[in-house]
Design a protein around this ligand. Structure first.
Ligand SMILES: *[C@@H]1O[C@H](CO)[C@@H](O)[C@H](O)[C@H]1NC(C)=O
Ligand SMILES: *[C@@H]1O[C@H](CO)[C@@H](O)[C@H](O)[C@H]1NC(C)=O
Ligand SMILES: *[C@@H]1O[C@H](CO)[C@@H](O)[C@H](O)[C@H]1NC(C)=O
Length: 239
């Protein structure tokens, strides 16, 4: 009886106490990508791994986790040194080991079981764009999918923001104006450091045009942050 009770309590704790969510990451791109995570709060996840085209991988996330996910591509190994032309974290390894991405990259931001027990998630182009992506809460019709489904590299990256593959010259990333120009009006710093003074620019409007659900500058409208409760997330690159 007692043992059963203890096991039941442990079972409940496992599912409703510590377990926060599962991220299922799918690579729908026609090439290999290397997803990476950067934990800002809570238990570390795998900080980087390879994902072949059409493969999926899942990460278990504990309550009160917050952090970021992005993906690298055009990666190669030079001797022992693993580097990527897009989304690199400069760790020299497939694992990013707590290092963040060198922009530009499409950034997925999550808080799992945060304020009022809710999850928060968004897609940020504040540092630019490298791959299209979607975040879909699973089995909850009332929670919204967010996405940046358009390949901005192909559809409309201005020349001055483009990052090109040194081999062949194709665009493999698109910087935000903040990353490219480091100016207060683009980065929402200095006298532009408030929602009242930092407004969309022609650069951020271009991103918003392609990806209306994404954050395109630091004070982009609250429309771009999504919430859900007790759910797993399907993250698809090249949705
Ligand atoms: C790894 O390669 C990158 C890019 O070529 C280079 O910048 C970096 O210095 C290299 N790191 C080591 C430890 O060789
Ligand atoms: C999903 O989006 C709709 C329309 O914008 C909104 O009314 C609804 O509250 C959203 N659902 C959640 C869980 O935020
Ligand atoms: C929120 O996003 C929707 C969908 O893109 C858009 O139609 C709407 O105008 C936005 N609302 C605000 C307050 O920006």
């Amino acid at each position: 009886m007692i043992a059963n009770f203890v096991i039941n309590v442990m079972f409940l704790f496992f599912f409703y106490g510590s377990h926060g969510a599962k991220f299922i990451i799918k690579n729908n791109c026609p090439y290999t990508i290397w997803p990476a995570t950067l934990t800002s709060k809570g238990a570390q996840l795998s900080t980087g791994f390879e994902l072949a085209s059409q493969a999926s991988s899942s990460l278990d996330v504990q309550n009160s986790w917050s952090g970021r996910i992005w993906a690298r591509y055009h990666c190669s190994k030079n001797g022992k040194n693993f580097t990527c032309l897009s989304g690199d974290c400069d760790s020299g390894e497939v694992a990013c080991n707590g290092k963040g991405p060198i922009p530009p990259e499409t950034l997925l931001e999550f808080t799992i079981v945060g304020y009022e027990g809710k999850d928060f998630y968004d897609i940020s182009l504040v540092d630019g764009f490298n791959l299209p992506v979607s975040i879909k809460p699973l089995n909850r019709g009332d929670c919204n999918t967010t996405s940046c489904p358009i390949d901005i590299n192909k559809q409309g990256c201005p020349n001055d923001l483009a990052v090109r593959n040194p081999v062949g010259g194709s665009i493999i990333g698109c910087k935000s104006a903040c990353v490219a120009y480091q100016q207060p009006q683009y980065c929402c710093t200095g006298s532009y450091g408030s929602p009242q003074t930092c407004k969309p620019t022609r650069y951020s409007r271009q991103f918003k045009h392609f990806c209306p659900l994404a954050y395109t500058y630091a004070y982009d409208d609250q429309n771009s942050t999504f919430t859900c409760i007790k759910v797993d997330y399907m993250i698809t690159f090249c949705p």
